[in-house]
Design a protein around this ligand. Structure first.
Ligand code: DQA
Length: 150
């Protein structure tokens, strides 16, 4: 049964958006991005929960807790994208559709950002569109779950 609710999960260092490497990640704070995400979700008639942590275990716990509450997840795992087998296993374990999100085009950056441990267990990836990656991710997820009524 669909719940009309999605989780936006934000990994390490994303709490510093707006101050951190603005040439790469843009000027908006995480709060500012979340306002745009909420507005877009409202246009699509779904609710959004947001959660940010710099701690791998906290992200895993939040994913586990979301298991029965949401239709799917947008996940910007930050640098854990490139290193965390534990997050990959958590995505597999919860059996939720997850869209991998990146503000930057990771493939146009350093080689160590080209590989993601998460991509194979996600339904897809949106990268390189700044804060719009999240809005595109919402539509991608709702398209996947059959909730995009356009
Ligand atoms: C990021 C890309 C990662 O490589 C990096 O470690 C981040 C942010 C992005 O949104 O572009 O922290 O996930």
């Amino acid at each position: 049964m669909l719940k009309g609710r999605i989780l936006v999960l934000q990994g390490p260092n994303l709490n510093l958006l707006g101050a951190r490497e603005t040439d790469v990640y843009g000027d908006l704070t995480l709060e500012g991005i979340h306002e745009l995400v909420h507005a877009h979700a409202a246009r699509r008639h779904v609710a959004v929960e947001t959660f940010q942590s710099n701690h791998e275990g906290a992200l895993i716990d939040r994913l586990h807790a979301a298991r029965d509450d949401v239709d799917g997840v947008l996940f910007n795992a930050g640098a854990y994208t490139h290193s965390s087998l534990a997050l990959r296993d958590a995505i597999t374990a919860v059996s939720l559709p997850v869209v991998e999100i990146h503000l930057s085009n990771v493939h146009a950056r350093e080689a160590f950002r080209h590989h993601s441990l998460l991509t194979p267990v996600c339904i897809g990836v949106v990268a390189g569109f700044g804060w719009r990656s999240y809005l595109l991710g919402i539509d991608a997820l709702l398209g996947h779950t059959g909730q995009l009524n356009e």
